[in-house]
Write a protein that binds this ligand. Sequence first.
Ligand code: NAD
Length: 351
Amino acid sequence: MSRATFEQLLEVWDGETAVVQRDRETNGWIFVCIHSTRRGPAGGGTRMNVYATPADGLEDAMRLSAAMTRKLAVVGLPFGGGKTVIAVPEIPSGQTRHALWLRYGDLIESLGGTYRTSSDMNTGEADLDVIGQRTEYVLGRSIGAGGAGNPARPTARGVFHGIRASLAQVFGSEDLEGRVVLIEGAGGVGSQLAGYLAEAGAAVLIADIDRTRAQTVAARVGGEVVSSDRVVEAHTDVYAPCAVGGVLSTDIASRLDCRVVAGSANNQLAEQDAADVLRARGILYAPDYVINAGGAIALVGREQLSWSDSDVETALARVGETLREVYRRSEERGISTAAAADALADERLSS
Ligand code: NAD
């Protein structure tokens, strides 16, 4: 729980604009944080969540918007970073939810395109379709409503390229034939990643707290299910966290039995030091916000830059190239890959 007030949070935040709107109808708060428009309009998802205090919601929006600035800069998109947090006492449904999206759409429209949003935790394609009734500044609507749809596939494709680049760094070859990859999370991203990896010849292990989901994906790709409490001990070439954040503590980093950590989950490092522990143990960590940028690349490319399918595929392959650059810098400077990614993002931001 944040002990800071709105005023204190705004005082120290290094972003450009924070829009605060009280939403009396839901007894909630809408926070739109535009962290940077230096490289272009700010882009970021709309997260809806229950927080202990409204200030916690604002703080989350500030932190997440700064992360978007780095993510979009490191992959070279002409976009800055932003984020919306809608802090509600309970997640609304039905007519209450529909009406909230219309009000929110009006708010986004009033920002005149300095901020463009998509989905995040507790929001999805159907919500974006409603928001899109009031504003054109929304990305990721359903294909039927004129959007590019769910970004899970391009995210998985970007992770696939990232895994290959990571294998090349560690083993001298990006060939997946015979490599063992453990995917944690058989959801939108994990299930599609499993397909790409199996097709390229990898042995796929899959873990999910929902065992039926893991079994379905394993059966589809000819993989094997691993119990979700056995992930840390599993002996693999690649551990691909594609479920939740915070999976890399220093303790877990010191126990993992793999050569590469490369997956889509956001905020994988529970402690920054975990990246140094991995490095010291010779485990290559693909920084999360670089390897999971495929969804953002596809949405911006298709909906804002009029890219064709092949332009999108080329850009997704560049996720691997960006990671190679991060790895080169990490080696050259003797720093963790996480620190190298931050440095590369900051460099691209100031260039
Ligand atoms: P999802 O909700 O479709 O799937 C998540 C899966 O993880 C579910 O099957 C769930 O049962 C499982 N899971 C949850 N907790 C788990 C645990 N402790 N251990 C094992 N399995 C667990 O989500 P998704 O869209 O596939 O996204 C996966 C991750 O990638 C998330 O962290 C998300 O923030 C991140 N990400 C997704 C995208 C995207 O385009 N969808 C883009 C960038 C980052």
